[in-house]
Design a protein around this ligand. Sequence first.
Ligand code: GLU
Length: 327
Amino acid sequence: MDYQPLLDEIAAKVRSEVGRGAVASYIPALACVDIDHFGMAVADVEGRVAGVGDWRRPFSVQSISKLFTLALVLAERKGEREPDTERETEPEGEPGTEDRGSEDIWRRVGREPSGNPFNSLVQLEYEDGIPRNPFINAGSLVVTDRLLTLTGDARGALRAFLRTESCNRTVDFNIAVADSEAEHGHRNAALAHFMADYGNLDNDVADVLAHYFSQCSIEMSCRDLALAAGFLARHGLRGDGSRLLSVRAAKQVNAVMLTCGAYDAAGEFAYRVGLPGKSGVGGGIVAVVPGRCAVAVWSPGIDEQGNSVAGVAALDHFTTLTGWSVF
Ligand code: GLU
């Protein structure tokens, strides 16, 4: 399929939405981004990419990184047989059991929408230090902690994965953004210390925070992100055809994206877009059409929940024009 005419049409339709909302300013280094950017890219399951606007321009992925760290943690299933093809039946555990590598993480983080802001502290206290899901900050800190334990270098493992999947060796952290967040990241530090007190972090709090801030500071373009998320469209297969996640685990990640990927507006995102998606306060959103393609969109103006105004509008048009909402 030729995505170019579709992307051109969407870009024209959302022009009036670009510039709406506000650029995230609670991380000072993000505040200087020009709000008028818009880019969108689609990567099909064969790895062909089409784009429009600023689709090759790197931006701060922020919370979109949480999707990839979760996948890398779930990918750690040592000794478990993986099916060779997506059609092959996977071994089922007892009802309620999980794949071996994911067993530990799902004891430490839930997979329900939080209905609260992504950096909220309140729920964590009355739920005994177990974050609602891996895409709010507390949940992602737990995932980063686990990735640090598994790899010894969570940010390095993430960067290596993203470079390979996007076929772009220049994908990197933005040290100034990471430092800026570290300097102003009192809430994230509070969340991490709080969970450490509940015994839900294995590593040193300062180390976990440093890896978390670095992962969020990674800069990628829509092109890079659409390619890097391709494994979710391919039911767990990486770009080179090797398996990252089982079909079952890929389904699970997509499900958590659908229910928890758009902050406390996940319901609204499902209503308008109807795809698994993960957004970040840098104004990026990655969405997945299982079996077909991954889509990335970027426009820095975000709404009060943290979702790109023009980005959601573009994805709304995308599923309306293609009929590819999962609903
Ligand atoms: N680094 C940001 C934070 O922890 C990520 C927020 C986001 O994109 O949702 O506050």
